[in-house]
Every structure is written in C-alpha cells, then in structure tokens.
Ligand binder design. Structure first.
Ligand SMILES: Cc1ncc(COP(=O)(O)O)c(C=O)c1O
Length: 380
C-alpha cells in the first residue's frame, strides 16, 4: 500500500539526504569526544565548530553566539527561565502571547511558582500581536518579552523587529521562538533585533532532539545545565556530535535554498488553497494572515465538519494535523484558534496542511482530489 502524502512538515520533517551524509561519519567512524585532547577528539570537535558556523551563517550572528541544545523546547526553557533567574532583582514580569507553543506557555506558567507574573497578549483574527498593546502591557518590573516569530498552527509571522525595538528602548530582554521559521523564511537575528532566539532541528530536515539557542553577546541568562562546562558553560554535557553535524548541514542547505524553496512552497500551497476554494466555495476558510504567513502553511476551516472525521476519511491518502480534537461529549479547539476568535463551527473543522522540500505538484493535485471528495461526502 502506498504511504499517505505527507503534509505535516510543521509537525516534523524527514532528514534531508545531505543531512544524512553529513552525519554518517559520526555514526560509522568518528566516535570521539569533542572535549578529548587526543587524536580521536579532533574530527568531532571540528564538526561541532563547523556546525556552529553553519547555524550562525543562517541566523547572521557570530558563531560564539550559538549554543546547541536538545531542541526548541529546551531552547525556550533555557532562554525564559535563564533570563527570569538572571534578572530577578530587576523585576518579576514577563510578557508573551496567547498563541505561543506550550514550550513557552508552560515555562511561563511554571515560573509563577517562583513568584513571576506573566501577561498573555491577545491576538487579532489573523493571529497578529499588536505592538501598541504590547507596549501598554509593559510595567516597571517587566524583564522579558517572548513572542514567537511564526505560529506553528496557522503560520502567522509576527512583527518581531518592531517588538524588539520597543523592548530595547525600555531595557527589556527580547526572546523569540523561531522553531517554525528557521529554514522556511529568512531569520536574521540582527535585523530582528532579538537578544535570544530558539531553533528546532527537526523542523528543518535535521534530526529530532537537536536545536540551538542564539544568545546575543553580552546577554547573560542564568546557566541552565551545570556540569563539565561544555558549550562555554551555558549547557554542560557531552555534545550530541552526530545531530549537531546534521543541524549544521541543515542550516547550510536552508540558507542556500531559502528563496527557491520559499517560492516553490508558496505556489504549491496556493494551488492547494485555490483548488479547494474553487471546488468547495464558502464552505472553506483560511485561518491565519493571508500574506504575513509562512510560505508552507495552510490552515483551513471546513464549516460544520469535525476535523477528526475529515482525517478519518482522508487518512489513508494524506497525513495532516487537526485544529481541534473531538471527544464523545465535547470538542477541544486549539488554544490558537480560540485566541484568534475563530467561531466553533469553523474551528472544529480545521485542518493544518504544511508542505515541505519533498512535496510535489502531483501530490498536491492528488491531495485536492481526496480532500474535495471527503468534504463533499461528509457534507452529504
Ligand atoms: C513554535 C514551536 N516552538 C517549540 C517547539 C518545540 O520544539 P521541539 O520539538 O524541538 O522541542 C515546536 C514544535 O512543534 C514549535 O512548533
């Protein structure tokens, strides 16, 4: 049986062939510890430092501003808890948004136990934070602003440069969770003006379990993981050389192909969107910003239908993600769609289709046929 068409690249991505090749020596031969001063440590150490330069090249920062972590969740924990602890004398207030990933929201929630307070900013119907509202939320004890660069469910891109400028003018540290953006759109930490930025390897064709945190030189979050002092003391523990080499190569490829892949994905995504509108008309609606959005992401509400039911119909042919989970007696709508004020009749029938490097036009045309047939069947 053929595998379903993979349209869940925001969930995770397959390994790019070049990433596999970059990792192969560290699976097969180069087992050494990068901290060893003997011969076996040389190649692993060089690989980690090369990867650091590759990540820095994509983010437009210095190599020594990149710390390797186990992924987006750890990078967010490191940034938010690290700044909270480091700046606790200056205040206890954090600003973030209603539509962050749990890897930010839960971190802020956990800090409440230590006396920190969090303001959750609302978003508009397209998922945008309003910088004016953000500025109003600043108070004397505000030490950190953490706003995601792009949303994982609907793809909306936030005005991070504008928000960072506000943060800087008020002496507040600025973090952005860019787990979904890196590799899909340009992420230039200097242009964005952020102090810290999180990267997740498995969203850009590197393995799961590796990521990075950009820490601008001069910014001093509290140390996260204590031990033998690897990663210049920020994050102790013997480096995951294999996956770090993969992340480095993934960043190199992402930078090389960014423009070409971006426009290719946008046109395939819009082909899927247009095809569904032509066939289903007003029964389908876009969630997220029409333009300020990741080029690969298409979150669509199918009015009056349940996401789970559509996925049951299409599941043998297409792998996509629901925006709501139906249980026997209730529907759990995602916190992102709720915060955007999407009406339940649309939100409960929301699916996220996210495309990637390996998506082909033939797959999109096949997906169109399958989705249209399923929606027509369910609508009777
Ligand atoms: C926006 C965002 N932040 C953080 C994460 C967590 O990253 P990781 O899976 O690498 O821990 C994800 C993963 O889905 C994400 O989409």
């Amino acid at each position: 049986m053929a595998q379903p068409i993979y349209l869940d690249y925001n969930g995770t991505t397959p390994h790019a062939p070049e990433v596999i090749e970059a990792m192969r020596p560290f699976l097969e031969q180069e087992f050494g510890n990068p901290s060893s001063s003997h011969w076996y440590g040389i190649a692993p150490k060089q690989a980690v430092e090369q990867a650091r330069r590759q990540v820095a090249g994509l983010l437009n920062c210095e190599a020594d501003e990149v710390v390797f972590t186990s992924g987006g969740t750890e990078s967010n924990n490191h940034a938010i808890k690290g700044i909270a602890r480091a700046k606790r004398e200056l205040g206890n207030h954090i600003i973030t948004s209603d539509i962050e990933h749990p890897a930010v929201l839960e971190v802020c929630r956990s800090l409440a136990e230590d006396g920190f307070e969090t303001t959750l900013l609302p978003v508009d119907r397209s998922g945008l934070v309003d910088p004016i509202e953000l500025e109003k939320a600043i108070r004397p004890g505000t030490i950190l602003i953490s706003i995601m660069h792009s949303n994982n469910e609907v793809g909306t891109l936030q005005p991070i440069a504008e928000i960072s400028a506000i943060a800087r003018s008020r002496g507040i540290t600025m973090h952005s969770d860019a787990a979904q953006s890196v590799g899909k759109v340009g992420v230039d930490v200097r242009a964005l003006g952020v102090d810290l930025l999180s990267v997740a390897g498995h969203k850009l064709y590197a393995p799961k379990g590796v990521g990075a945190l950009y820490i601008r030189n001069g910014v001093q979050p509290a140390k996260f993981c204590h031990g033998a002092g690897q990663e210049r003391g920020w994050r102790a523990g013997t480096e995951n050389v294999l996956e770090i080499a993969g992340l480095g190569k993934a960043c190199e490829i992402a930078g090389r192909d960014l423009e070409g892949q971006g426009s290719r994905m946008r046109s395939l995504r819009d082909r899927l969107h247009q095809g569904l509108i032509e066939a289903l008309g007003s029964a389908v609606a876009l969630n997220g910003h029409p333009e300020k959005r990741l080029p690969n992401t298409l979150s669509l509400g199918f009015r009056g239908l349940a996401a789970n039911r559509i996925l049951e119909e299409i599941g043998l042919d297409i792998a996509a993600s629901p925006g709501a989970a139906c249980h026997s007696d209730q529907v759990d709508i995602s916190h992102v769609l709720q915060a955007m004020g999407i009406e339940p009749e649309w939100a409960m029938g929301t699916l996220r289709f996210s495309l990637g490097r390996m998506t082909t036009a033939a797959e999109i045309d096949r997906a169109l046929t399958v989705i249209i047939a399923a929606v027509r069947k369910l609508k009777g």
